[in-house]
Structures are given as structure tokens and as C-alpha cells.
Design a protein around this ligand. Sequence first.
Ligand SMILES: [Mn+2]
Length: 397
Amino acid sequence: MVRWLHISDLHIVKRADWINFEKELIKKCREYEKIDLVIVTGDFHNFSEGDNFCLARDFLQKLLENLELDIERDLFVVPGNHDGVSSVLTKNFFIRSAKNNPFEDTEQWVDGLLVAFEGYENFVRELIPHYPVEHPASVHNRTWRNQINFIHCNTALAADGKEKDKQLLDVDALAETTYMPDMPNILLAHNSFFDLHQKHQQRVKDTIRANSICAYFCGDWHKQEIHEIPLGREEVPCVVSYRSAPDPQDDYSSFGIILGEWEGDLAELRGWSWESGQGFIEDPKITGKSFPMRVEHAQQATSHLDAPNIEELPTKISVDAKSLDPQIEEYTLERLFITNYYQLTRQQCTLFNQKHGDMPLALGVDSRKLSDYVNAAQERGVLSDLVQDLFLVLASD
Ligand SMILES: [Mn+2]
């Protein structure tokens, strides 16, 4: 099972409510066996704080550390309206013209408005070292451990604080982003789908259909909601998070967190609301809601293994290692490695490590650790070598 934590709209105010909530949040997460990744759908601080994202940064670093997660791989963030600087003078000009005709001079208004997110981008680069794209505030995709593809949107580009709806995003870049046919694709945005400019809603729907995207996660409302985005024959959920940072002066917001649990073809959500005086309470408005984690090429689905599935793969090690097709897909390599790993004897493992001292393999590791090992090998581009050597040592006595 894969479990994510979806939080949003931090706007942290360091008072009793936040300080107590933060501790209880970590305890709540620990009640679960494991949280695998964290998603934050925007609004890390308030306008008034300018470029100062320290409270959010410290909190997220602490949270990921407490959940024993790798911040570089397991944290996914998108900007909210409070994360752009409103004082950029040209901003209002771009916003006015873009809202009147979002398809005219798109590149120009997108670039012009992105400038307002410089502080946010520096914050993301500081938080997540080696961030893979130049502009974390632009539309891009990032994959969670080869299992979920997250499409990051910036729907706060044209936020001017005047109107909640008619929000804009770069729909051209959205259509062009990399989608993964062999894993679930999920859109991350700050604003609800239903607050987007009508013309942009249509384009987002097209992109969702064309790429079999399975959900749209967002925040901004400060109230938890799930509404279906109709796509003709089918629909995908627009999941709106609570505000995830209590503030005693905020009587409007609902505070809380959403957990997603993905197993097989389905993701199930759990909502936990938090109120001063009572703490976390499970919220029937969210808990129990589910959606299909659609994958376009189902036969290539998920490499997440809870147990080795030996039947599906060649267990005979008589394959001539050298005959392995170098073009063989990474996915297959991954499965080959993981499945055959479980057949290693101690001696064979030692033999393997003699050649791969820089990536030592331990015996008896769980599927998560093994999956980490394989991902690391993939990143270094040595997985195919490792598979070949695994076969070689397995063929020896
Ligand atoms: Mn907000």
C-alpha cells in the first residue's frame, strides 16, 4: 500500500493552536504504519511575509524527518496565491489582459506573472535540494519513486485577490507536460478546478481525458470538499484539502488533513479534522471516499511489491546474462531484479557485493528498501548491469 498525506494552506501563525496541532499531527501520522509521501497544495505563508518562508520550511523539514521520508523525493509542492508577491507592478496589467483573453499572448503573460513567484521558487529550491526543473512555479511533472506521476500546476498566476474565480494557468504547458501511461497521473494545484477560468476549465478537462489523469488535488478553500469533475462518460474527483494550520483568530476555516491510501486499483481517502478543545476527529465528509487509480497500460502497472511475485517472471536463471536486451524496459529490469533478489544465498550476495561495493546489497531487506535500492540503481544508470550480475551470481553455486 502507498499512503500519502495531503495538506494545504499553511499560513502558519505560531500560536498555541499551531504549536499543539503540529505535535498532534506528527502523532496522528505515526498511528499509521507508514506515510510514504507528503503533498502540499499551496499557500505556505501570508502575502505580508514577503520572501520569508521560514515557518513553512522549518515545519516541512521537521515533518518529513519525523515521517522518516526523503525530502528530495517524497515531498510535492505547488504555489498558492499567497506565495506570489503582489507588489510586482506589471502583474496587474498582465492579469487584466490575460483574463480578458487567456489565449492571446499567453507566453508573455505567463512569463510576466511567473516573476512574482521568485521568492517561492527560492523557497522550494532550499527545501528540496536538486529540484529537477528550473522553475518550480511553472507547470511540470515529478514522479514519486516510479509509482505516481504528479503534474504540478500554478493556478495562482493571475490571483489578484479581487475575485476567487477565473483563475488562470498555463494550459499549453499543461497539455505538453510528461504523462506516464504506466502509472497513475495526478494533478496538483492550489485553486479548485471549479474556480478556474471557464475556458481553462475546458482545456484542463481535455488534458485530463487525453492522459487518463485520475484525480485533481487542491486547497485554497480552507474547507474540505470532494466534487466530481465531469468528463462526459466518466469523472474524476477534485479533492479540496482543509487548511492545515489552525489559527485561533480564523473562525472561517476548517482545519485538518487528508490521507490517501492506494492499494490495487483504488485510492481511498480519510479526512481528519482538527478543532481546538478536541483535537483530531475522523471526518465522514472525506473518509470512505475513493477513486480509481487509473493506469493507461494496466499490464505495466505498479512496481510496488509487498511480496515477490515469482510466478510472473522467469525464475530460471539459465538465461545467458549477456543476451539481455539492452533496450529492455526499465520496468522489466526492475521486476527481474526484485524477483530474483529473493533467491540469493548469503554466498551469492557476498559475491555480488565484491563487484558492487559502491552499492552493497543486504540480504532480507523489505520491499520498500529493495525498491529504494533499485531506484538508486536506475538513477545511476547501472540497473541493467546489476541485473546481469545478479543472474551471474545466481547461476554460480
Ligand atoms: Mn489559503
